[in-house]
Ligand binder design. Sequence first.
Ligand code: SF4
Length: 373
Amino acid sequence: MGVVHDRVMVEVLRGCTRGCRFCQAGVLYRPVREKKPETLARQVEEMINSTGHDEISLTSLSTADYTGVAPLVRNLLDIYGERGVNVSLPSLRLDAFSIDLAKEVQKVRKSGLTFAPEAGTQRLRDVINKNVTEQNLVDAVTSAFQNGWSSVKLYFMIGLPTETYEDLDGIADMAKKVVQIGYQSGVPRGRLKVTVSTSSFVPKSHTAFQWEPQDSLEQLKEKQKYLKEKLRDKRISYNWHDPGTSFLEAVFAKGDRRLGMVLEDAWARGARFDGWSEHFKFRLWLEAFEEQGLDPKWYAYRPIDYGEVLPWDHIEAGVSKKFLIREHKKAMGSLPTMDCRSGQCPGCGLCPTMEMKPDILGGAEIAPIPGEV
Ligand code: SF4
């Protein structure tokens, strides 16, 4: 029987400096710290020898950002390629450099490539601080198609703060543009496949969007229906996440300790393996909320004031609330924030508080702003 994660997993770096405003991991794992190449070489060797796996996966929040990623991949392929061991990169950036990397690791079997523009318009990408442009997408997919890939998956979120139907049109336009680029790049008609996948935005604690409400179930269903219509094209397939699961995620992501009773109650009613759609029984959860006298909508749909004490305020993640408020205000004005790899510290407050600093191999020394906490 095949099992998941049946491969050697080495974490090449921890943290991510890109600052996407919806991302909780990007806050919790700061500052960015890259592992030394010799440490990685030793760990891979030990794991390959003691497990017999035939794949090495280079993991992190953004592996293409690892300073020496290209020589690392080449070295691993040189050493382990002849032993029949593959290298895989679970996350790619939207640029031609990432395609070059993917080319190295997928020389023979060109499985699909996944890109995450996250939002359909530049305006909304600026709101979430996803600093990629349409031109980046065009360059990346052109390079992918020209290098032999015929299947591309695009990942977006719907229900993001300030989203309008124009942003949804942007998703459909992007998908159609990718189809056109595929044809222009010579991908045979029958082989070209573009998959659009949308998940629903879940506001998370410790992020700039922790004060934001989630779209209602009705709004999310309406948006999914709209996109289904817009993406009606035999070369494009459209997948979406169940909005009921996303609703529960929002409730628990922004919830308080009273939800412990709901969890136990839902479990006692038989809720199991809820992440699998065939096992997800939304009704059981609604019954559990009712039994415990709690309204899940109050958790998921309520905009929160900056001044309100939040249920997770006592959990010190290092990043200051002042910074998150500033980020939230910048989001509302579609203003981007620099990546701390650029050498300029946007002042999230973590480094002075935790007495740490980013550790980027051979990279620019970043001087965290003192007194920004
Ligand atoms: S304090 Fe500055 S350098 Fe340190 S993680 Fe925050 S933004 Fe990056």
